[in-house]
Design a protein around this ligand. Structure first.
Ligand SMILES: C[S@@+](CC[C@H](N)C(=O)[O-])C[C@H]1O[C@@H](n2cnc3c(N)ncnc32)[C@H](O)[C@@H]1O
Length: 320
């Protein structure tokens, strides 16, 4: 049982949109970076960022009431431990995530309709998420940067597995290639191929000579390799398209190839779990879904893979 009074439980959910928007605005105005050297007047920060001082003061006051920024004296704000996370150099990319939730995903969440199986993002923007990103290079770049957050931990998990000399790892939907870069820094004996849509933000020079970038769609083909990584890919898709991606891999993968899925496992019960909320985001963006352990087993089995091990964050499978 939670100690939070039931009225507060409801109020915290009801005001959620306001918090999401306020945080997104503070992130976009780079307030945390503006306060990096110490407390400043909101008038100064507003002037620098082109914001209306009254609007910004009220946004920062509300956020400060939840511990993001602090109002030290009337109209003067400083960073807190939480707002520091919004700075540009944060490796978990909180600023980019705050932008995505407060701006990019915002209208789509508002378009979620429980009576319809239409994709909310498509209803809000008139096209699917990936096509929309392809027409918005700045958004695509922010999305790709956000996806780089936490890749060091994912690379640690992969590097801890057993690898043969010279295996080629194909990171399917690998975005900027950050995960493979981190993995090869820990396992220099491997080679890598980043496979993604041509518009994915990437710096091929930064990938080094052991990693190649190949562009294309995973519904049509994937490059051949010894191990296939799917990091935050299958949760983007409902079961049918997710199985289609897996079948594309299965049709190219040598029989002894491994499949390494970096995705969450929805826990049973009512305990707080961020993945239960991310499941709603996946629903909104493209009717994707987070999966329970039995969902994962059924999906992988249906597409020709045998599960070796399922842990939250890493599912290991092989071709059947
Ligand atoms: C949620 S992001 C995950 C990126 C990266 N794997 C990571 O762990 O951060 C999903 C990725 O799938 C890519 N993607 C979407 N549709 C694709 C397609 N049809 N073929 C190849 N990649 C695709 C996107 O461009 C994006 O980089």
């Amino acid at each position: 049982m939670s100690d939070v009074p039931p009225e507060a439980v409801l109020w915290n959910l009801i005001r959620g949109t306001l918090g999401t928007k306020a945080l997104g605005i503070a992130a976009d105005l780079r307030v945390a970076d503006a306060l990096a050297a110490g407390p400043r007047s909101v008038a100064e920060v507003a002037d620098e960022s082109g914001a209306d001082p009254d609007t910004l003061q009220r946004i920062l006051r509300a956020l400060a009431s939840d511990g993001v920024f602090a109002e030290n004296e009337p109209g003067v704000f400083s960073n807190t431990e939480a707002s520091e996370l919004l700075r540009a150099d944060n490796p978990y990319r909180w600023r980019e995530f705050a932008h995505l939730f407060g701006e990019t995903f915002y209208a789509a969440v508002g378009a979620l309709d429980p009576r319809s199986t239409d994709i909310a993002f498509r209803r809000a923007q008139g096209t699917d998420f990936w096509s929309w990103l392809a027409t918005e290079p700045e958004e695509r770049s922010i999305f790709d940067q956000a996806m780089e957050g936490g890749q060091a931990e994912s690379a640690d998990k992969l590097a801890a597995l057993e690898w043969r000399e010279d295996e080629t790892v194909v990171d399917v939907g690998g975005g900027t290639g950050a995960l493979l870069r981190e993995l090869l820094a820990r396992r220099p004996e491997l080679r890598g191929i980043v496979f993604d849509l041509p518009e994915a933000d990437r710096s091929e020079a930064g990938l080094g000579d052991r990693i190649a970038f190949v562009s294309g769609s995973f519904f049509e083909r994937v490059p051949e390799g010894d191990a296939y990584v799917l990091s935050k890919i299958l949760h983007d898709w409902d079961d049918e398209p997710a199985a289609a991606i897996l079948r594309t891999i299965r049709s190219t993968a040598p029989d002894e190839a491994r499949l390494l899925v970096l995705d969450s496992v929805v826990p049973p019960g009512n305990d707080p779990a961020g993945v239960k909320w991310l499941d709603l985001l996946m629903l909104v963006l493209q009717r994707g879904r987070e999966r329970t352990e039995s969902d994962w087993r059924a999906l992988l089995d249906s597409a020709g893979f045998r599960v070796d091990q399922i842990d939250d964050g890493l599912i290991q499978a092989r071709c059947r």
